[in-house]
Design a protein around this ligand. Structure first.
Ligand code: ASP
Length: 594
């Protein structure tokens, strides 16, 4: 037998018991006459003890020969520790070893297998199996497993059916590039990996499944960031005969269940905010509501006083930071201005107004505005003595985006974005279409299957260009702490309306038929009204743990170049394989392909 207990199990009540444990050597401390080894497995750490009096000499020597990460099996007796460790659950006991078997030796690991490791990112990814032994990484992966299990429990309890949809499909346009797979049997033709199971889940509704879910891999060939991976996981759902309201309630229920089961956190009712308000008040469709600082627009009070920059701006807008006026020196503000002027943000400048504790008013635009003027600005913010206003101006969308960055930065600097604080929010009534000025065409804001709001349908069918720009959709996002956790919509289920949407998006009828004929066809055979949502599962894991990087919650993530460092993929393939797939042989002249 390898073990009677795991390495996290033994307690003071077990003293006197004979046990067998198996695990990895975390570390050893050798005092000469006495030696301790920390034995680790998934469940915890148990201290083993070897002493001159109690341990036979050869056994002691064998223990001394063990290196880090050796796999061993020991037999022994549980005894009470002389000096207890209150930091770990097994800290009151240790095992006095009577037999030791080396199950496998280990090379010296390239980094320390501890919470705080000395291994850099690339090294840890190359030796991911060692990285995954670290307690904190393991904890994340186990958390993820619990979250998936709780998701299934909740949705099964709500009568959802889990259906697997294919991975080799034809491209679904969610707005990103597809990964493609060449077909050997159909030379010159390609499958695409799904960016999401969108069309399949809609077909399942046409088929009458009524409530579908799947915890599913999706693939998008995009440039990578900390919160993006080329393959990621969604909790993907679709429901029939539902209104937006019912979908929001169902998935608010799921979210609440997950927070309760995994963190024992009771979330409040999720507030709702119109997309337009989110943009106006926070300059973002995913506002972080852990803190205030909403935008206040100043066009009516700031224009027409001879300050050209404001007079010529489409929007003058600012935030009020409480209690900062006397803390931020002009030098601090200058630094902040430079931060705002970096190309990543691209602000032209930053105007400030300081309402000092002593009643003084100081501003970078004091030349143009009287104290009364500035006081009128302050009144709009509800500013008090000690408050500091930051004001930006320019073209509306750009300025809002820049101010969003500043608001988040100030929130972080003031410690207002606490990881253990959870502020969920539904953002609703997204626009249906987004006008792309450069390409001079519309894109679907969510995806091409999203329905306009019912009252917008006549506008969509008959409206002019301006009307199209302002169409609102039954589309919604779940946002938690400024992170988009999920998004979905009520779908179009009528062939005519879907065809109209494709037309607006620039598809010819032939293109629409070639790409989505199956869906349009299905709509002609009794498609029920339906809608759904997908949660980013990796992100949900990260947000629940107050972290930014989804990579830490993925067992085998890819690096920023989209590489799996452990298996070294992607990699060239053999010429025969290429030929078999009918891939252009000209490529094989590349010296890298062998
Ligand atoms: N397929 C959509 C997405 O991946 C979600 C949905 O509309 O249900 O964002």
């Amino acid at each position: 037998m390898y073990r009677t207990h795991n390495c996290g199990a033994l307690r003071i009540a077990d003293v006197g018991t004979s046990v067998t444990l198996s695990g990895w050597v975390q570390k050893s401390r050798d005092k000469g006459f006495m030696m301790w080894i920390d034995l680790r497995d998934r469940y915890g750490i148990t201290q083993l003890i070897f002493t001159e009096e109690a341990t036979p000499k050869d056994l002691f020597e064998k223990a001394r020969s063990l290196g880090r990460e050796f796999v061993v099996r020991v037999e022994g007796k549980v005894i009470e520790r002389a000096s207890k460790n209150t930091n770990i659950p097994t800290g009151e006991v240790e095992v006095e070893v009577t037999a030791l078997e080396v199950l496998n030796a280990s090379k010296v690991p390239p980094f320390t297998i501890e919470e705080e490791t000395d291994g850099g990112d690339e090294l840890r990814m190359k030796y991911r199996y060692l990285d995954l032994r670290r307690g904190n990484v393991q904890k994340n992966i186990i958390f993820r497993s619990e979250l998936a299990i709780e998701t299934r429990k909740y949705l099964a309890g709500e009568d959802f059916i889990e259906v697997e949809t294919p991975v080799l499909i034809k491209s679904t346009p969610e707005g990103a590039r597809d990964f493609v797979v060449p077909s050997r049997m159909n030379k010159g033709q390609f499958y695409a990996l799904p960016q999401s199971p969108q069309t399949f889940k809609q077909i399942l509704m046409v088929a009458g499944f009524d409530k579908y879910f799947q915890i599913v891999k999706c693939f998008r060939d995009e440039d990578l960031r900390a919160d993006r991976q080329p393959e990621f996981t969604q909790i993907d759902c679709e429901m029939s005969f539902v209104t937006q309201e019912e979908i929001l309630n169902t998935f608010e229920g799921l979210t609440r269940h997950l927070f309760k089961q995994t963190l024992d956190v009771d979330l409040p009712t999720f507030p709702r905010m119109y997309y337009d308000d989110a943009m106006r008040l926070y300059g973002s469709d995913k506002p972080d509501l852990r803190f205030g600082m909403p935008f206040v627009e100043l066009n009516d009070v700031a224009k027409g006083k001879g300050f050209g920059v404001f007079d010529n701006a489409e929007l003058v807008v600012g935030i009020c930071v409480n209690g900062l006026a006397d803390q931020y020196s002009n030098k601090d503000i200058k630094k902040l201005t430079e931060w705002m002027q970096r190309p990543q943000i691209g602000a032209k400048g930053l105007v400030y107004v300081k309402f000092g504790e002593d009643g003084s008013i100081k501003s970078s635009v004091g030349k143009f505005y009287s104290d009364e003027d500035l006081q009128a600005w302050g009144a709009k913010f509800g500013a008090e003595k000690g408050d500091l206003l930051f004001i930006l101006s320019g073209e509306t969308d750009k300025t809002r985006k820049q101010l969003n960055e500043l608001r988040l930065e100030m929130g972080s600097r003031l410690g207002l974005r606490k990881p253990e604080d959870f502020k969920p929010l539904w953002v609703i009534d997204f626009p249906l279409l987004e006008w792309d000025e450069d390409a001079s065409r519309f894109h679907a804001m969510h995806h091409p299957f999203t329905s306009p709001k019912k009252e917008e349908i006549p506008n969509m069918l008959n409206g002019d260009h301006e009307t199209m720009k302002n169409l609102k959709a039954d589309a919604y996002d779940l946002v938690i702490n400024g992170v988009e956790i999920g998004g979905g919509s009520i779908r179009i289920h009528d062939r005519e309306l879907q065809s109209k949407n494709f037309k607006l998006l620039g598809f010819t009828p032939e293109e629409a038929e070639a790409q989505f004929g199956f869906l349009l066809g299905a709509f002609e055979y009794g498609a029920p009204p339906h809608g759904g949502i997908a949660f980013g599962f990796d992100r949900l894991c990260a947000v629940l743990n107050g972290q930014n990087s989804i990579r830490d919650f993925i067992a085998f993530p890819k690096n920023n170049q989209g590489r799996d460092m452990m298996i070294d993929a992607p990699s060239p393939i053999a010429q025969e394989q290429m030929e078999e797939l009918g891939i252009d042989l000209a490529l094989s002249e590349d010296p890298l392909i062998h």
